[in-house]
Ligand binder design. Structure first.
Ligand code: F6R
Ligand code: MG
Ligand code: MG
Length: 365
């Protein structure tokens, strides 16, 4: 059996209006590019969006980190950028940090989550896409999905899940990785992933099936660019059912909005609000941060879907809670913990302010 590769590559190449959404012309340009230039490369594709980000959801048989697929995505973003420039949309081409493509799109601005696996008899997958937050935003829901029996009944009940899952965690500052075997190492795992600004769950593997179950984008654009260019609006792929979390177990962590970093100017904590693709337009204080979940059944690599899960009324209450949390956080204005801590602001205005005040900073007697 040949394997299928699911590649989700995302970028913000221009906002409509401001940083709130994607203009339909950009989506059309990206679709058109994948349709014409993807022939012979792609098995199928879907162009999604959340806030001001475009997500290219692609299937093929070329494996992860494939140069042709990455080039195809890069050029699709260039085509969308051309439309953004035509309409003078905001921040046209903002995530494309290089003038030319150099073999692998990683490190060039766009976010990448890819996995290669043998398509099962039936292969339900969910692509989660977030705006106005950072890759560490997936730590909490991934922990709930794959390590918390109060969230995922299958960890207790399903013999194919009972042995647990391995978590591959990346240190985004020191560029190191470590694998935790769960459940026995959940306390060690939590020491790291409880600090989502630095440690991110890159992938999760089923110990019973010996297969990849989830993967996420872990780029930090602000670190790559060497100057502050916003948060990285991450994506994540989760395989579901038959030894993986049920669709409902994968969605459940989002029923209680957790607090993420991002929101206005990438510099504030706030709730991650689950919503349907049509409602994924961050408005209030450029937010609150949004997450969309698109479900697909794979069929010989074809993407049957999407199912826009968070459009469901069952997530109305989560949205209400997120709005209440937003009221509360906003009442704190420029004070921590609504505003991010100093360590994060290091990548924003703090160094400039410190430089300007250098002469006035005197020792206390
Ligand atoms: C957050 C985001 C927005 C912008 C804000 C200011 O990730 O994209 O909140 O940071 O709208 O944008 P500029 O600096 O482009 O005016
Ligand atoms: Mg933007
Ligand atoms: Mg964005």
């Amino acid at each position: 059996m040949s394997k299928v590769t699911l590649s989700v590559i995302k970028a913000d190449v221009g906002g409509f209006v401001g940083h709130s959404s994607v203009h339909p012309n950009l989506l059309a340009a990206a679709k058109d590019h994948l349709e014409t230039r993807g022939k012979g490369l792609l098995t199928d594709f879907h162009v999604g969006h959340v806030g001001d980000d475009i997500e290219l959801i692609m299937t093929h048989s070329l494996g992860v980190d494939n140069e042709d697929i990455h080039k195809l995505a890069w050029d699709a973003f260039l085509a969308a950028t051309a439309e953004a420039k035509k309409l003078k949309l905001y921040g046209a081409g903002q995530d494309l940090l290089s003038d030319s493509f150099s073999g692998n799109i990683k490190g060039m601005g766009p976010g990448v989550a890819e996995m290669e696996f043998e398509e099962r008899t039936s292969e339900p997958v969910i692509v989660f896409m977030a705006d106005k937050t950072e890759p560490g935003a997936w730590n909490y829901p991934l922990y709930k999905m794959f390590a918390d029996p109060f969230n995922t009944a299958g960890l207790v009940i399903d013999p194919k899940m009972h042995k647990g899952f391995d978590f591959e965690v990346h240190d985004l500052i020191e560029h190191k990785k470590v694998v935790f075997h769960c459940p026995e190492e959940i306390y060690d795992l939590l020491v790291f992933i409880g600090a989502p600004g630095r440690y991110c769950v890159k992938s999760v593997y089923s110990r019973t099936l010996g297969e990849i179950a989830a993967t996420s984008s872990t780029q930090r654009l602000n670190l790559m660019a060497g100057r502050y260019v916003g948060k990285d609006d991450p994506v994540m792929i989760v395989r579901c059912q038959s030894g993986m979390p049920a669709v409902g177990e994968a969605l459940e962590p989002f029923s209680k909005p957790h607090i993420v970093a991002g929101w206005m100017r990438g510099s504030h904590h706030g709730p991650l609000m689950p919503c349907g693709a049509r409602e994924a337009i961050p408005t209030r204080f450029d937010g609150p941060p949004r997450v969309v979940a698109l479900g697909f059944q794979l069929c010989g690599g074809k993407l049957i879907g999407p199912q826009d899960f968070f459009a469901d009324v069952a997530f109305d209450r989560a949205r209400q809670i997120a709005n209440e949390m937003a009221d509360y956080f906003r009442s704190m204005g420029p004070f921590e913990p609504h505003r991010l801590g100093l360590e994060e602001l290091e990548y924003t205005t703090m160094p400039d302010v410190l430089k300007r005040l250098a002469g006035r900073l005197v020792p206390i007697e």
